[in-house]
Design a protein around this ligand. Structure first.
Ligand SMILES: C[S@@+](CC[C@H](N)C(=O)[O-])C[C@H]1O[C@@H](n2cnc3c(N)ncnc32)[C@H](O)[C@@H]1O
Length: 494
């Protein structure tokens, strides 16, 4: 049976108290309880600072697409504003505040009937919601008496991705073992429910009680497959849409089978939130959404064992700076890769490594699993390289503060070489392509034909392909000798 997933807030449940806690008030709520228990003096200024800091964290989550759970967000807020609190105490207080918020919970009109009808018709059901506190959703389903109807609840706290990233939807589909074309997502947000779910290929229903969706869609968002103003009046239409999805996709014929080779990249870093933006745009976003490339970011600190999550230490032999410790990195990679460790190509980003090039990118694009380790500070304990038999890659002869940007450069370069990410023709005919190793690409022009007195070379308007090719070759030579004479020297040596 096809899968049906629901957004939570204002699709299944209304609960303004919970929503305010999630986006704004959680640290202030915890501070309030700490004051009641005489653990801390809380001034109005401190509470306001906590609210501002937390709001900034939530804003960064939306922008980056990478979410953190409520406890981590509150602990980060407290660390920023200088409040000392035991993680377990914070967890206990969050639970208490969230439990209290249940009193404000009520179901969206008609949704419980819709859930039961879909469940009785045999559809597997799930929830996909951006929520920093996962248990609240499980409690809510119990309160409504429908928890047995659901097969899974994916929150951004549990998946690690906010709904600004399609990866939360991919995570849910993977969990359900379902193809996106056989999955229907129902939600009230044209942006986070319709547009993001549609980006991975899911069918969508927009619940829009005020019928404002159409105007928002004009702002560049994706239109839903079905728009309804209430579940009460439109239950039959939604069930009919779910029933119209393919029960099973046709079995793959042998010629279809190798259609999309998948590269899985695991990146190990101390700064996971740096990765969000570049992976959520353009071609890389599409490759991720289509499952052609699967990039997972891992926080090395999750594998530290002390309470301060120490991942670096002073260098043996003295000298400036800190060195990243070997144990958390090695253990993180062993844990994540498991029995795939032997099959993975493991590379450390390093200013002193072999120079990354289009040729190396082509080689790495054929791996099934690629691991990139991002250094920081003075670098990484040398034993990581020895123990993991790692490659070392530099993106150029300069020193950056960390390996995160180099890792992004490497993934971006490799991803576009994987079949189906962009056209084979584009790759064959560009700078540094294997067919034209010693020459950069010819110049490009597009409309208008004249701009500030500069016209387009007339040969490009002639439609004469042989002459255009000849002109392009000549221009490519000129550009190479102007900007990259070193390439011409390498070419003549070869
Ligand atoms: C400040 S650098 C360390 C430089 C190191 N002490 C050296 O002299 O080679 C910190 C980290 O940034 C990354 N990094 C810096 N420049 C890089 C480059 N050009 N290519 C790849 N990674 C680089 C590496 O992961 C490195 O461990």
């Amino acid at each position: 049976m096809p899968l049906v997933t629901f957004d939570f807030h204002n699709t299944i449940a209304h609960c303004d108290t919970w929503f305010a806690l999630e986006i704004r008030d959680l640290p202030a709520g915890v501070l309030h309880l700490m004051r009641e228990d005489a653990l801390i003096e809380v001034s109005g200024e401190l509470a306001a600072l906590a609210a501002d800091t937390y709001r900034q964290i939530r804003r960064n989550v939306t922008l980056s697409g990478i979410d953190i759970d409520a406890q981590t967000a509150v602990m980060t807020t407290f660390a920023d504003i200088g409040v000392i609190a035991e993680p377990r105490t914070v967890e206990r207080y969050i639970r208490k505040i969230m439990r209290a918020a249940l009193s404000d919970l009520r179901p969206v009109d008609g949704v419980l009937e819709l859930i039961r009808e879909l469940h009785n018709a045999g559809f597997p059901l799930g929830i996909i919601s951006s929520a920093a506190y996962h248990p609240f959703l499980e409690w809510s389903l119990k309160e409504f008496g429908v928890s047995d109807c659901f097969d899974f609840v994916v929150t951004s706290a549990s998946a690690g991705f906010y709904k600004s990233s399609p990866r939360i939807y991919l995570h849910a589909l993977e969990l359900a073992g379902m193809e996106p074309q056989r999955a229907l997502h129902i939600g009230d947000s044209p942006r986070w429910d319709v547009t993001t779910a549609n980006a991975v290929g899911m069918i969508t229903v927009l619940l829009d009680p005020h019928r404002g969706g159409a105007s928002q869609i004009d702002e560049g968002l994706t239109a839903p497959d079905l728009e309804v103003d209430s579940f009460v009046d439109s239950r039959d239409a939604i069930v009919a849409l779910a029933k119209s999805l393919p029960a099973d996709l046709p079995a793959m014929t042998p010629t279809q089978e190798p259609a999309v080779p998948v590269l899985r990249v695991d990146i190990f870093t101390l700064f996971p939130t740096m990765f969000a933006g570049p992976f959520d745009e353009s071609i890389l976003k599409r490759a991720l959404a289509q499952g052609i490339v699967d990039v997972r970011i891992h926080d090395i600190r999750d594998w530290t064992k002390d309470k301060h999550h120490t991942a670096d230490d002073t260098p043996y032999g003295g000298g400036a700076g800190m060195v990243m410790k070997a144990p958390p990195i090695v253990e993180a990679i062993e844990d994540v890769l498991g029995d795939q460790l032997e099959r993975a190509h493991i590379a450390i980003t390093s200013a002193g490594g072999r120079k990354f090039s289009q040729k190396i990118a082509h080689e790495l694009a054929t791996c099934e699993r690629l691991v990139l380790i991002c250094g920081h500070y003075e670098g990484i304990d040398e034993r990581v390289s020895a123990l993991l038999d790692a490659d070392e890659l530099s993106i150029g002869d300069y020193v950056m503060t960390g390996g995160e940007l180099p890792a992004m450069v490497i993934v971006d370069t490799i991803a576009r070489l994987i079949p189906n990410v962009i056209t084979a023709e584009s790759i064959a005919d560009e700078s540094h392509a294997e067919s034209r190793a010693a020459i950069v690409e010819y110049p490009h022009y597009t409309r208008p034909a004249t701009y500030r007195g500069h016209g387009v070379p007339t040969v490009l308007l002639s439609g004469h392909h042989a002459r255009i090719d000849e002109w392009r070759q000549g221009e490519a030579q000129k550009r190479t000798s102007r900007w990259r004479p070193d390439l011409m020297e390498q070419g003549s040596d070869a």
